[in-house]
Design a protein around this ligand. Sequence first.
Ligand code: DX5
Ligand code: ZN
Length: 217
Amino acid sequence: MSIRIAPSILSADFCNLERDLTRISHADLVHVDVMDHHFVPNLTLGEPIVRRICEVSAMPVDVHLMIEDPDRWAPGYAELGAKSVSFHMGATHAPVRLARQLRGMGCQACFAVRPAEPVEPIFDILDEFDMVLIMTVEPGFGGQKFLANQMDKVRRLRDEITRRGLDTHIQVDGGVNPSTARTVAEAGADVLVAGSAVFGADSPNTAIDEIRDHAQE
Ligand code: DX5
Ligand code: ZN
């Protein structure tokens, strides 16, 4: 399985975003965390900044919405040019309708699951999604400790995807670094988000290479 690495700009320098985007040229996607002070106790950025990121990024933009009422707001991010938009199980009212709306706009739909949420409820609607995001920290902040107890969830999801012959991607977000990458990939994830491990490194591209190498060992 080919592994894709998605650096999270949550750990980038928000006053030098364009510069930091050029420092992650070895990545496959750029992961943008949108937080609203309601769904999570943190506030980041919204449409005007995501618009500029989509315009200047050489890589496809993967938007992770940690906001209330994504049913209302997610299509706006698809319209700005995001390649994929993730919204949370605990925030959406009509996930199938929203996924179909996003896909109809040419955007990949992704369902996100917090650590305490089960993945099984998604199984009945799995074919409506391009990707499932398994959080390995409580959403809201970068630099938290990786929750290895989420790996069973990743394995159960990978088994279900394989059993049904689907091509759904599994993204893991939170605490991914060169030491945890192997565990994550072995469990069956193929899209690895890493924030502090990439932007906290002297060379973000070297950190990306290391995460990829360990994941593919
Ligand atoms: C946290 C965000 C993550 C965050 C990950 O809620 O969704 O994308 O940036 O940061 P690290 O890789 O530092 O755990
Ligand atoms: Zn994220």
